[in-house]
Design a protein around this ligand. Structure first.
Ligand code: FE
Length: 330
């Protein structure tokens, strides 16, 4: 297949376009990434509603392709929410520039060690060349411009009372507390309680509420794997993910390679995760969006007859609920 040029599509439209292998490196988010995540979620929450997911994407999608794919993920989020705050008059460009200057004068634009914050960006990994300016003694590094902007916007939001430090802290804790163990409880309940499975199939958001979980602010749909049908979930346009039941998405889920190849070469993607579907099994790929999220309910492994819910939940991995692997064998 011929690679299309960046001019044929907006930069975010990755579906089917790129051929690289998927970097499955597990990247634990740094504090600044968690903070950017929290601020973005707070600004868009039911109380503040400064912007929608589609508006946040619109800012990012206006970038040229080279910038879109090289700026680290959470720096793109900082770009999006700072631009939208300026657009809506909540924080002005002048205020942001002044605060950045104040931080620079105070020396807060330098941090100890390397500033590079994530492995989910796609620059060439050339370790002889550091992307950011360094001190002679290499003890501190200058923050990339969007990281400095993130600090400035956070300070301005606090000063204006738009968000509080306590809200940011609580939101980070809330997301830290949401992980695949939540989805695993849902799957284990569905495996052991057919009536619950039926309710989960009919209205997943309501059904997860029975376990004290949130279905999130979007429509949640459960996809049940069967001996004849396997489901795989992607967001080709950005990174939509069932955060309320699985937590923050892994870096690979947000990567260009996964977003592109999950729709073009889904069996090749599964093979990279060590999953080979039996001959004749149907594979359906589901593309998430700003209003709709998917949770895969993997097939219950053989040899687990008589297991209780808690024990079954230990077999339900994050990757099995995205659909790249089956549930763990007992
Ligand atoms: Fe998305």
């Amino acid at each position: 297949m011929t690679e299309t040029t960046p001019h044929d599509h907006p930069p975010h439209d990755a579906g089917g376009r790129f051929a690289a292998a998927i970097d499955q490196h597990e990247h634990q988010p740094a504090h600044w990434e968690k903070e950017a995540d929290a601020i973005r979620m707070l600004l868009a929450d039911r109380r503040r509603r400064f912007f929608t997911t589609d508006e946040s994407r619109r800012v990012q999608e206006q970038l040229d392709a080279a910038t879109y794919w090289t700026v680290p993920y959470y720096e793109r989020w900082i770009l999006a929410f700072s631009s939208l705050l300026a657009e809506k008059g909540a924080v002005t460009e002048a205020e942001m520039a002044d605060e950045e200057e104040r931080l620079r004068v105070a020396g807060a634009h330098r941090i100890e060690g390397e500033a590079a914050g994530g492995h989910d960006h796609h620059h060439d990994h050339d370790h002889d060349h550091h992307p950011y300016q360094e001190d002679d003694d290499a003890a501190t590094t200058e923050l990339p411009p969007l990281r400095l902007r993130g600090l400035a916007v956070r300070n301005l939001l606090l000063a204006k009372g738009i968000v509080t430090a306590e809200e940011i802290r609580a939101e980070i804790e809330r997301m830290d507390g949401r992980g695949p163990e939540n989805g695993a409880r849902v799957v284990a309940r569905a495996w052991t309680d057919p009536a619950f499975a039926a309710r989960l199939a009919a209205d997943a958001g309501a059904a997860v509420g029975e376990l004290g979980l949130s279905g999130g602010e979007t429509v949640l749909t459960a996809l049940f794997n069967t001996p004849r049908l396997h489901h795989l979930v992607v967001c080709t346009l950005c990174s939509c993910y069932p955060r309320s039941v699985l937590g923050r998405p892994p870096a690979w889920y947000k990567s260009r390679a996964y977003r592109a190849r999950a729709v073009r070469d889904p069996r090749g993607v599964l093979a990279e995760f060590g999953t080979v579907l039996p001959e004749g099994m149907e594979l359906r790929v589901h593309d998430s969006n700003a209003e709709l999220r998917y949770l895969v309910v993997p097939a219950r492994p053989a040899g687990t007859e008589g297991w209780d819910e808690a024990r079954l939940a230990t077999l339900v991995t994050r990757d099995s609920m995205i659909g790249v692997t089956p549930a763990r064998a007992p």
